[in-house]
Design a protein around this ligand. Structure first.
Ligand code: PMP
Length: 378
C-alpha cells in the first residue's frame, strides 16, 4: 500500500502519542525494562545517571504536544510569546522579565558568553554544574573555581573573594552534583557582598532543582532579580516537569537584563512541540506536588539504604543523592553498568563520591539492592 506523507505523519503521531500517553499515565508502574520501540529502549538499564524525571511528562503536556503537530510547519515566534506569558503567569512576573531558551542550558550559555570576557572571569565552584565553566574553556576565558566545603556546600566566602572584577558568578542552588542548598538569607547576603565588592558583576542563580527542595529556609531569588539588575535566575522544564527531552528552560531577570541577553539566543530555537508541552505544564500545581512526593519517597528510601550500609549520604534537595562510596567512582560506574544500572560519572575533586539519580519508586527498589551488593562485595 502506498502511504502518503500526510497519512504517514498521522500514523507515526498516533503511535508515538499512544506510547507517550501510556508512559505518562502509568508512570508509577511503568517498567523501563519492558518492551519499548528501539528509539526508547535503554536495553533494560535503569537510568540513574542524568537527573531526569523518570515518570515522564504530565498527561496535559503530552496532549498539547500531540496537538502541536498541526502547527509544526510554522515558525514558533508567536507561540514563544505564549510560552513567555505562561512562565510569567507561573511566577507572577511580566513576560518582559522572561528569557526563554533551549533548556536552561541555553540561558547559562548566553549569560556566560554575554557577561564574561578575556579580562572578566567566571566564578564557579568545584564540583558544580559544569556548563558555564566548559563554555569558558571553549572560549579560552579565565575561570576561578573554589572547592565545595566539608559539608559539600558551596564555599560562599571563597566565591565572594573570587568575585572581584568577575564577569559572572555561577551560583547553583541546589547544587548539582552535591544536592546541597543554601538558605535564601545566605544567598541574598552573598549577592549583597558581591555587589559591594564588584559592582559590575552578574550573578546567575541556577534553580533547576527548585521544586525538589525540602528545606524551610530555602527560597527563590526571583523577587531579588526583578529589583536588582545584577541577578539572573535560571529555571527549567527538564526536571520536575519531566520534559528534559523537549529542551525548554528560561531565565528570569529585570527587563533590561532580558533585553541584553535576548540577541544571544538562537532565534526560533525552541520547537512548536516543545513550546506546547511547556505551556501546558507551566500551570500544573497538582502534578508538581505528585512528582515531589514520589521523588521524596524514593529519595528517602535510597538515602537511608546507603547510610544504613555505611555509605555516608547527606540530605539531598534534588532528584539525586551524592554518596561517599569509599572507592573510585569511575570503576563503580563501569561495574554498575555491567549490572544494568547507570549511575553518575565522577565529579572531581571529589574522589570517592558517586551521584545516583532518583528513579521511580519501583526502580529504586530494584536498583538499591544491586548497588549495595556491589558495594559490599567489592
Ligand atoms: N542547571 C543544572 C544545575 C542542571 O543540573 C542542568 C541539567 N542537568 C541544567 C542546568 C541544564 O538543564 P536543561 O538544559 O535541561 O534545562
Amino acid at each position: 500500500m502506498r502511504v502518503s506523507r500526510r497519512s504517514f505523519v498521522g500514523s507515526a503521531l498516533a503511535g508515538s502519542t499512544a506510547l507517550l500517553t501510556a508512559r505518562g499515565l502509568e508512570a508509577a508502574t511503568w517498567d523501563p525494562s519492558g518492551s519499548l520501540p528501539s528509539m526508547f529502549d535503554r536495553n533494560g538499564v535503569i537510568a540513574l545517571n542524568s537527573n531526569e524525571n523518570p515518570y515522564g511528562p504530565a498527561r496535559a503536556a503530552i496532549d498539547a504536544f500531540a496537538k502541536a503537530y498541526d502547527v509544526a510547519n510554522r515558525y514558533p515566534a508567536k507561540t514563544e510569546d505564549a510560552l513567555r506569558e505562561a512562565i510569567a503567569a507561573r511566577h507572577g512576573v511580566k513576560p518582559e522579565n522572561v528569557l526563554v531558551g533551549c533548556g536552561s542550558g541555553e540561558t547559562l550559555k548566553m549569560a556566560t558568553e554575554a557577561y564574561t570576557s578575556d579580562s572578566r572571569h567566571l566564578v564557579t565552584a568545584s564540583p558544580t554544574f559544569e556548563q558555564p565553566a566548559t563554555a569558558m574553556q571553549r572560549l579560552g576565558r579565565p575561570i576561578k573555581a573554589s572547592n565545595v566545603d566539608s559539608g559539600l556546600g558551596l564555599d560562599l566566602n571563597a566565591m565572594e573573594n573570587d568575585s572581584a572584577n568577575a564577569g559572572l558568578v555561577f551560583l547553583c542552588n541546589p547544587n548539582n552534583p552535591t544536592g546541597t542548598v543554601h538558605s535564601l538569607r545566605d544567598v541574598l547576603s552573598f549577592i549583597e557582598r558581591v555587589n559591594r565588592k564588584s559592582p559590575g558583576t552578574m550573578i546567575l542563580v541556577d534553580e533547576a532543582y527548585f521544586e525538589y527542595v525540602d528545606h524551610p529556609d530555602y527560597g527563590t531569588a526571583i523577587p531579588a532579580a526583578l529589583a536588582n539588575k545584577s541577578i539572573l535566575v535560571a529555571r527549567t522544564f527538564s526536571k520536575v516537569f519531566g520534559l528534559a527531552g523537549m529542551r525548554v528552560g528560561y531565565g528570569i531577570a529585570h527587563a533590561d537584563v532580558v533585553a541584553k541577553l535576548a540577541p544571544w539566543r538562537v532565534q526560533n530555537g525552541i520547537s512548536q512541540l516543545s513550546i506546547a508541552a511547556a505551556v501546558a505544564s507551566a500551570n500544573l500545581t497538582e502534578h508538581v506536588k505528585t512528582q515531589q512526593k514520589l521523588n521524596n519517597e524514593a529519595r528517602a528510601y535510597a538515602r537511608k539504604a546507603m547510610n544504613d550500609a555505611g555509605f555516608k549520604t547527606l540530605p539531598s534537595h534534588t532528584n539525586f543523592i551524592m554518596s561517599d562510596i569509599k572507592r573510585d567512582p569511575k570503576a563503580f560506574q563501569d561495574l554498575m553498568l555491567t549490572k544494568g544500572v547507570a549511575v553518575g560519572r565522577p565529579f572531581p575533586p571529589l574522589k570517592t563520591h558517586a551521584r545516583i539519580s532518583i528513579g521511580t519508586v519501583d526502580e529504586m527498589h530494584k536498583a538499591m539492592p544491586i548497588i549495595l551488593n556491589a558495594l559490599k562485595s567489592a
